[in-house]
Design a protein. Structure first.
Length: 171
């Protein structure tokens, strides 16, 4: 029996040819190599035709794109290399202790005298320049610097750090 029995069969074949081109392009955009894209596009058309023999497919192009995407996902899954994680292979450090230390530091800042706490709050908000802090709070730069120095000294004593120890040591 000939495949092209009617004009309708010829139209379907022409539509499938155009669809095959779209599928190849889509497969390449999904990151598949050109040779593999051709294989996936043909596999997609084959699966679409098998589906169309069993049931009516209202939007063949849309259905074909879904099939192609599923084929690509299956291919990605098979290409993933997995390794068993070991305890010492963690890629990020635990942050629980740091968060507790920061919470403790925030409480210590809240316990500072109001003028020192106000200056330290500006530092917490990301302001590092005494000049800018002075401008925001309407104070002289020297006043801000002395309040910062007194606040830092009290905070170091609160967390048990020696004078002059870098703040990076806290974390």
């Amino acid at each position: 029996m000939s495949m092209l029995n009617t004009k309708n069969d010829l139209a379907v074949l022409i539509n499938l040819s155009a669809l095959l081109v779209k599928l190849r392009r889509r497969a390449q955009r999904l990151g598949v190599q050109p040779g593999d894209a051709e294989d996936m596009a043909q596999e997609t058309v084959l699966r679409l035709m098998q589906r169309m023999e069993r049931t009516t497919v209202e939007t063949p192009e849309h259905y074909a794109m879904i099939i192609l995407h599923n084929l690509a996902r299956a291919r990605w899954r098979t290409q993933l290399e997995t390794t068993e994680l070991e305890e010492d292979a963690a890629s990020i450090l635990p942050v629980g202790d740091s968060r507790l230390a920061i919470d403790d530091l925030r409480r210590a800042i809240a316990d500072l005298p109001e003028e020192q706490a106000q200056v330290m709050e500006q530092v917490l908000l990301g302001e590092h320049s005494p000049k800018e802090i002075a401008k925001k709070l309407g104070l002289r730069q020297g006043t801000v610097m002395s309040r910062l120095a007194r606040a830092r000294a009290k905070l170091r004593a609160h967390v048990g750090m020696e004078a002059g120890t870098p703040v990076a040591e806290l974390l």
